[in-house]
Design a protein around this ligand. Structure first.
Ligand code: SPV
Ligand code: MG
Length: 544
């Protein structure tokens, strides 16, 4: 996150470098922590903390209605969320030289790189308004600049003197005279402002000024001039002054009206930032990581093993270069969603057993092991590759399934050494000939579903007839520490013979039953699917 990427040099020093470099710099407007972060993420080198935008975002007028300490509070959020320098639009300095001295000290303390003050009278009026644009006394304003420079506690802090002579209709000569006075008083740069729709007077000023010190411009009104003209004219810095605020006004109005009219969110979902984006913007994920470091760890520890070695032959060329678990469903591989669900259920330690094209399984936050003999072996040979992860409480999942998160909660909430989730809806045998059918001590009744009541598993797959089945195992099983020991012992026993090579998860469960274990079954009704063929993939897209 950008806030964590502390710049190796101070923001003030970076700003000064940008200001004085021959390269044209662009500052983009921001008005709070969120917009500042967006500006940095967009790649800008610096931020214009606009008085107009900050005021408007606070719902007040650009007329010093927000106090300077309120502006300072907003700025603090902006500096906290970013690592690029911020130039504050300091209006007229919020008072006389003395108020300005205090402002400069506070800005240095809070990591604001620079301030721009304009030579008008407090309370200032926005330059594009018709109201009083009287200019400050030239000596008084020069003294203010010197007082600011004498007060900065960061040697690289910059003060930009903003010339309002052209705005006030006082002409080019006055602008140049003032520029010279402010430059002498110690200003690190001048901002020449204009409200004309063409840039003639700006270009004229630049020519006359001859770069005696860096020049900053704000082409809000003369935006038609190609940026290249300003680059050629030797402008140091261009400020795009209020466009994030204006963009947000337009977007918020549109969405509010639409929701109000339609009394529904259907028309706007997909057109507004998604919640992941919102959480990412403030680095919410970091808190979860920090919790692990700083909070007492009394969470339940569950490890998981995901079986993801098979290609998914029925998916033909779709799985030419990746296993089926890596097939994209609405922008994300199936396996990635599955791992996220496991993490969300408290299983931080997820081991994926890959096989076919396992190189394609390449995302962080998982441990990967490989079943090298995946072409000639089956599920239990893959599971055996991760046998050492089956310790304590753990879950085993097929890598090609999607399910609603509550399904894991259902499984984790049930008691038993071996707990399976089954779909109470029996599959159509014509469409799912290889479904893991199950028979239980009782069929699933509404009570079982409503109260999450488990039943005993009596038989799975094998010779089970569809008509006698009570549902279908969905490919999720949870083991208690004792259950994990039992499974490891079975895997070890199977390894002694060659039986492990062809054995399936259903074989394992049958062996456990034969030895007296009573696997428990909790029922769901739908809320999951697996991806075996192109129809499964299409269903998966609809499922999300
Ligand atoms: C601001 O962004 O608040 C400015 C620039 O002062 S302007 O509105 O163009 O005067
Ligand atoms: Mg302003």
């Amino acid at each position: 996150m950008s806030s964590q990427n502390k710049p190796s040099i101070s923001k003030a020093k970076r700003f000064r470098e940008l200001l004085t470099s021959p390269k044209l710099t662009f500052l983009m407007e921001a008005h709070n922590g969120m917009s500042a972060r967006i500006v940095e993420d967009a790649g800008f080198e610096g931020i214009w903390a606009s008085g107009l935008s900050i005021s408007t975002a606070l719902g007040v007028r650009d007329r010093n209605e927000a106090s300077w300490t309120q502006v300072l509070e907003v700025l603090e959020f902006m500096t906290d969320t970013t690592s690029i320098p911020i130039l504050l639009d300091g209006d007229t300095g919020y008072g006389d030289f003395n108020n300005f001295r205090r402002l400069v000290k506070k800005l240095c303390q809070r990591g604001v790189a620079a301030v721009c003050i304009e030579d008008k009278i407090f309370p200032k009026t926005n330059s594009f308004l018709e109201g009083d644009q009287s200019l400050a006394d030239i000596s008084e304003f020069s003294g203010k600049i010197t007082a600011g420079k004498d007060s900065q506690t960061d040697e690289h802090f910059s003060i930009i003197a903003r010339l309002e002579a052209l705005i006030a209709g006082r002409g080019m000569e006055e602008a140049l005279k003032r520029a010279e006075a402010y430059h002498k008083a110690g200003a690190d740069g001048v901002l020449i402002h204009s409200k004309k729709s063409n840039s003639d007077e700006i270009l004229h000023f630049l020519k006359e000024w001859g770069n005696r010190c860096p020049v900053v411009i704000v082409p809000t009104m003369y935006y038609q001039t190609p940026t290249e003209r300003f680059r050629e004219a030797g402008v140091s810095t261009i400020i795009w002054a209020n466009h994030n605020l204006r963009a947000s006004l337009a977007a918020m109005r549109e969405v509010s009206l639409k929701i109000r009219q339609e009394e529904s969110l259907v028309g706007i979902e997909g057109h507004v930032a998604n919640l992941t984006d919102v959480f990412d913007l403030t680095g919410t994920h970091e808190v979860t990581e920090a919790e692990k470091r700083y909070l007492p760890d009394n969470r339940r520890r569950i490890s998981s093993v995901v079986l993801a070695a098979s290609r998914g032959k029925q998916l033909a060329e779709l799985t030419q270069d990746k296993p089926k678990c890596m097939l994209d469903v609405r922008g994300e591989p199936i396996l990635k969603r599955l791992v996220r669900s496991l993490h969300g259920a408290g299983s931080d330690d997820v081991t994926v057993v890959g096989g076919y094209k396992h190189e394609a399984i390449n995302f962080p936050d998982i441990r990967k092991v490989v079943n090298d003999k995946h072409e000639s072996t089956g599920e239990l040979a893959s599971l055996a590759c991760a046998a050492d992860r089956l310790k304590g409480e753990c879950m085993i999942a097929y890598g090609d399934i999607l399910f609603r998160d509550h399904v894991l909660g259902l499984m984790l909430g049930a008691k038993g050494d071996v707990v399976l989730v089954a779909d109470a809806n029996r599959p159509d045998p014509a469409q799912r000939p290889s479904a893991d059918l199950i028979a239980c001590s009782s069929p699933c009744t509404p009570e079982h579903l409503i109260h999450d009541q488990p039943v005993d598993l009596l038989e799975i797959a094998g010779g089970l007839d569809w008509k006698n089945a009570h549902g279908e195992w969905i490919g999720l099983v949870r083991l208690s520490p004792k259950g994990a020991d039992l499974v490891r012992a079975e895997l070890a026993a199977l390894k002694e013979t060659n039986e492990i090579d062809k054995a399936s998860m259903a074989d394992l469960l049958r062996r456990l039953i034969a030895k007296g274990t009573r696997p428990q079954v909790v029922f769901t009704s739908g809320h999951w699917l697996d991806v075996n063929d192109a129809f499964g993939l299409a269903r998966a897209r609809n499922f999300l």
